[in-house]
Design a protein around this ligand. Structure first.
Ligand code: PHE
Length: 498
């Protein structure tokens, strides 16, 4: 059996008087400790190992009252008067002398008479008369003082002298009692049977430090084992916000899957945010009530080449074989400044820069839409966006990639369903099973030729975009998206490490 040094020491003490019930004070002095936490800790551990029997009894504990603290500091009233009397000539020990002295207040002088009589003085014709032999007075005064000292530390009733207790109970404010409990420890049979050798105290290592490992002492030392199941305080230090932690985790998953990270500006043009993606200029989602258009910059210039390409694609399909949307394309509309409504603008701009280099890229970024805030909507949220363009990139490759991602996130059940986006064909909706339900987390598809051909892309482009907050709600088990951005410290502290 493994015993700590404290346990060994306490057990050794108990073994000196195997039949005795030991109290706190006697154990403290037998073990040479001055902190009762040692007795409490070792005692509890020994009791758990059934080497000692521990009993807890309810008891009354006496402490000092407010007057008691005063008495410890300045001396009990009777002691102060007594000292004064002894220093006075016999002829000046009258009540009046006492009142005029600085030893007591007026009130105290009155009470003093009774107290002094109680310890053996007489009071005759207005003056105190001291007894012939003063020994017993001194004994009483010392006893009273040490009684108060005992109470100062908190003493259980059975440890106190009953006569003195009766005396002090009658005096006002000197002592007060509270309900407490006292523990006693007694050696158990198993503790008695243990051999002496096992009780030698040894160097015990609680903490392994570099210094310790540099020396040789650790070779013969005992290492204190840890009980990992004990309750421990939860450290409340700083830590990343759950959203930051989640972003980090997603980032590392895509990096691990061989993707590079890309980024982009919040401020974009309608052209790159929408026209490049073959979203018709009269699409309802482009309206003022859905998109934050800017007054500054109201217009951002776009290279003529793109404006020309998008004009022909939108009006007639350009050279893609598509018929386009018809009508007439507005380059003014195209150059309007706005806050990006999706991160697909990042991937399409990336393709415009590098249309002929195979790529796997992703980005996590904030997007803006005029949403009314409710349980599932925010006007600012994040999307996780990505594309794969390489020889042989295909729909199955896209689905497998997304499945792999969700599996790594801890959601192995994923399905895709047909969907519609103006910029992909075919288009998919990605759903994940959570608590028995299928939840839609994002969109995906192969970019249409109307998107990729004007940019000069050499291979099919697999693309997807999904909502980060939606995913966060799953991961953190939330039913209100707003919880993520309320700085509720209690909630933040209790979130799992992601
Ligand atoms: N941009 C779409 C959205 O905001 C998601 C999407 C991205 C769909 C890429 C298809 C391809 O919901």
């Amino acid at each position: 059996m493994e015993l700590t040094n404290n346990e060994k020491r306490m057990l050794k003490a108990l073994r000196t008087k195997p039949d005795e019930k030991w109290g706190l004070d006697s154990l403290l002095s037998a073990c040479g400790w001055d902190d009762q936490a040692h007795v409490a800790g070792a005692g509890l551990a020994l009791a758990e190992k059934e080497l000692v029997e521990m009993e807890t009894e309810k008891s009354v504990v006496w402490n000092l009252g407010p007057e008691g603290d005063q008495a410890i500091e300045n001396g009990l009233l009777e002691k102060r008067i007594w000292d004064w009397l002894e220093s006075q000539p016999e002829s000046s020990r009258s009540m009046k002398d006492l009142q005029e002295s600085e030893v007591v207040s007026k009130q105290e002088a009155g009470i003093g008479v009774g107290l002094l009589k109680g310890i053996g003085c007489q009071f005759e014709k207005g003056s105190f008369v001291l007894p012939e032999i003063t020994d017993s007075v001194i004994v009483t005064l010392v006893a009273r003082h040490s009684f108060l000292e005992q109470c100062k530390k908190g003493a259980s009733e059975q440890d106190l002298d009953s006569e003195l207790l009766a005396h002090f109970r009658k005096r006002k404010g000197l002592i007060e009692s509270i309900e407490g409990s006292t523990r006693t420890w007694r050696l158990a049979d198993a503790g008695q049977k243990l051999s002496d050798e096992g009780l030698e105290e040894r160097l015990q290592v609680v903490e392994i430090t570099p210094e310790l490992l540099q020396g040789e002492d650790w070779r013969d030392a005992d290492f204190k084992s840890y009980d990992v199941e004990l309750d421990a305080p939860v450290p409340a230090g700083g830590r990343p916000h759950p959203m930051m932690a989640l972003i980090e985790r997603i980032r590392s998953i895509f990096l691990e899957m061989g993707f590079d990270e890309i980024d982009g500006n919040f401020v974009q043009t309608a052209g790159w945010n929408m026209d490049a993606l073959f979203i018709p200029q009269d699409h309802p989602a482009r309206e003022m009530q859905d998109t934050f258009y800017l007054t500054n910059p109201e217009k951002i210039e776009i290279e003529q080449k793109y404006l020309d390409d998008w004009t022909s694609i939108h009006e007639s399909g350009g050279e893609t074989g598509s018929t386009g949307w018809g009508g007439s394309y507005s380059t003014d509309e195209s150059q309007k400044g706005l806050l990006r409504t999706h991160t697909t603008v990042n991937t399409v701009r990336y393709l415009a820069d590098k249309p002929d280099v195979p790529c796997r890229v992703f980005g996590i970024g904030r997007v803006f839409r005029k949403e009314t805030i409710d349980r599932t909507h925010l006007p600012e949220f994040h999307q996780i966006e990505g594309i794969i363009m390489e020889p042989g990139s295909s729909l199955p490759m896209l689905v497998t990639t997304l499945k792999t991602f969700y599996e790594k996130m801890g959601y192995p059940e994923v399905r895709v369903r047909p969907a519609y986006f103006p910029y992909t064909e075919p288009s998919l909706e990605v759903e994940v099973k959570w608590r028995g339900q299928w939840l839609e987390l994002g969109g995906a598809g192969i970019f249409r030729p109307e998107v990729t051909e004007p940019l000069g892309c050499k291979w099919p482009v697999c693309a997807w975009g999904m909502g980060l907050e939606r995913l966060a709600m799953l991961v953190l088990g939330l039913d209100d998206i707003r919880q993520l951005y309320i700085s509720d410290l209690e909630w933040l502290r209790n979130q799992p490490l992601l």
